[in-house]
Write a protein that binds this ligand. Structure first.
Ligand SMILES: *[C@@H]1O[C@H](CO)[C@@H](O)[C@H](O)[C@H]1NC(C)=O
Ligand SMILES: *[C@@H]1O[C@H](CO)[C@@H](O)[C@H](O)[C@H]1NC(C)=O
Ligand SMILES: *[C@@H]1O[C@H](CO)[C@@H](O)[C@H](O)[C@H]1NC(C)=O
Ligand SMILES: *[C@@H]1O[C@H](CO)[C@@H](O)[C@H](O)[C@H]1NC(C)=O
Length: 460
């Protein structure tokens, strides 16, 4: 063995109250949990736990998380024999201004218990020592392999008692890991991370209401202002709206691309479908007028005007907090805990998305990817993955009269025949991890072989 000599410290990942704040911001992506725990058993007793939560669809791959790793010798008392994983503090100053913490969203007890055999966890660092630890704040290299952590990162603990990762999005590559590590990712994502009983119960209630008349669809309609502004997609917006989107883009220093040709981008398949386009595609796919459709997303930009076509075609459209509240699907009392807690609302959306009969994301983004992967894990539940590039061509051809409705509908169905979240291998692209399929969207190492999953075509 050529392992470097490293201190025999047990590393501790700290999550929770008092943990450093990580922005966990924006849109529905911020819950649903990609949580990645990393066992570095190779290195004596060292254990590194890593926790990721997907956030901020608008920036594509922005995943927020805790990440304080602490040498065991600085964790005292009861914690001594086990490393600490402390629930994360979420960003309180973001757009959402949501005061929720990790344990307001996830079942902390379950989390700790279910990982007990692989990762030892404590909930808090000793506060008196905290200010005195030698802490290294850093951003780990993204898309890294195992060796990077087992060698380079662990070596940092020779000099520091605590390492704080201030970014944790996409830090671990999709491919090239041991099967054990991939399975552990699944175990954490799909088994250990559970929403709180309160969120689960309300989610179940919503699901049973939606399913009263039969199967229901969750439409992850990504058409919020920030994501349109970021992506530069303005089709169907008024001049004032387009201007507002452009202004917003110029006002954000981190959104580097400023001049964007919306139409060009759309033709490349890089824009979310508009609500009007989505309506036609749903009809082409054969979803009947009576299908209950739950919109899991933030506020649609352009409001009622942009939802008019969808509303007219699908009278059983449910927009959470708009229709649910207006039509009293849930009572004021049910909803009160969720007001001003958009992260918890997002958790509710995640739960309903997971349980739906068909899940249809209109755009990529972390939440959609995680739900897609989670649904595969739950037995290849149907997820319709739009081929946006082909769809915009077909839509244009239909709208200018080249394709009749029947030809259009046939073509739309044909394009999506094999885009329903069925068993498949991930696309691997050496050196371009951003463009390959994400592990979270298709954790096939954790899924049963194709032959034992005959059920995947059954739904809907
Ligand atoms: C902080 O560390 C210094 C030296 O490492 C030590 O003398 C001091 O007692 C520590 N303070 C606390 C509050 O632990
Ligand atoms: C993370 O920490 C490093 C080192 O302190 C700093 O240079 C970097 O700007 C920080 N990044 C973020 C996203 O806070
Ligand atoms: C892991 O990544 C490092 C770069 O961070 C590279 O030098 C090394 O060869 C990689 N190891 C394996 C086993 O792929
Ligand atoms: C319809 O649009 C396509 C491309 O979008 C174009 O090639 C075709 O000529 C148009 N047909 C008519 C009748 O305008």
């Amino acid at each position: 063995m050529m392992k470097p000599v490293l201190p025999q410290y047990r590393l501790t990942a700290a999550v929770g109250k008092g943990a450093r704040t990580r922005p966990l911001r924006s849109c529905l992506c911020n819950v649903g949990g990609i949580l990645l725990l990393w066992l570095v058993k190779l290195l004596l007793t060292a254990v590194v736990a890593r926790h990721l939560l997907p956030t901020a669809c608008s920036t594509g791959c922005d995943v927020g998380a805790i990440d304080d790793y602490v040498r065991e010798d600085v964790v005292d008392g009861a914690a001594k024999s086990r490393p600490a994983l402390r629930p994360q503090k979420l960003d309180k100053e973001s757009y959402w201004a949501d005061p929720s913490d990790f344990e307001d969203i996830f079942d902390l007890e379950h989390f700790v218990d279910s990982l007990r055999d692989q990762v030892q966890i404590v909930r808090a660092l000793p506060t008196d020592k905290r200010g005195n630890l030698s802490v290294l704040t850093m951003t780990p290299v993204h898309w890294s392999n195992e060796t990077y952590y087992t060698e380079e990162i662990l070596r940092l603990f020779e000099k520091h008692e605590m390492v704080h990762f201030n970014r944790t999005d996409c830090r671990l590559a999709n491919n090239g890991h041991s099967i054990e590590l991939q399975k552990l990712r699944c175990r954490v994502n799909y088994e250990a991370l559970k929403f709180t009983p309160k969120i689960q119960a309300l989610g179940d209630k919503l699901v049973s209401i939606l399913r009263e008349t039969g199967p229901f669809v969750v439409l992850h309609l990504r058409y919020e202002m920030d994501m349109l502004s970021f992506s530069g997609c303005a089709r169907g917006c008024t001049d004032e709206e387009t201007e507002a989107l452009t202004r917003m883009r110029y006002s954000r220093p981190l959104w580097r691309e400023k001049e964007i040709d919306s139409e060009k981008r759309r033709l490349e398949g890089l824009c979310p479908l508009t609500p009007e386009e989505v309506t036609l595609v749903l009809q082409a796919l054969g979803f009947g007028r009576e299908t209950p459709i739950y919109i899991a997303a933030g506020e649609t930009y352009g409001g009622e005007r942009r939802l008019a076509a969808l509303n007219a075609a699908y009278p059983k459209l449910v927009e959470f907090l708009v229709r649910v509240k207006k039509e009293m699907l849930l009572s004021e009392e049910d909803l009160r805990p969720f007001q001003n807690h958009l992260t918890q609302m997002a958790a509710l959306d995640y739960h309903v998305s997971l349980e739906s009969d068909v899940f249809i994301p209109t755009y990529g983004g972390n939440m959609a990817k995680v739900v897609e992967g989670h649904r595969r894990y739950m037995g290849f539940r149907k997820t319709i993955l739009f081929d946006r590039k082909q769809l915009v061509q077909l839509l244009d051809l239909h709208q200018n009269g080249t394709l009749s409705w029947d030809q259009f509908a046939y073509a739309v169905r044909d394009v999506h025949k094999h885009r329903i979240g069925e068993p498949a291998r991930r696309k691997v692209i050496e050196d371009r991890p951003k463009e390959e399929d994400y592990f979270h969207a298709n954790p096939y190492e954790c899924l049963s072989p194709v032959s034992s999953q005959p059920g995947y075509l059954r739904r809907h």
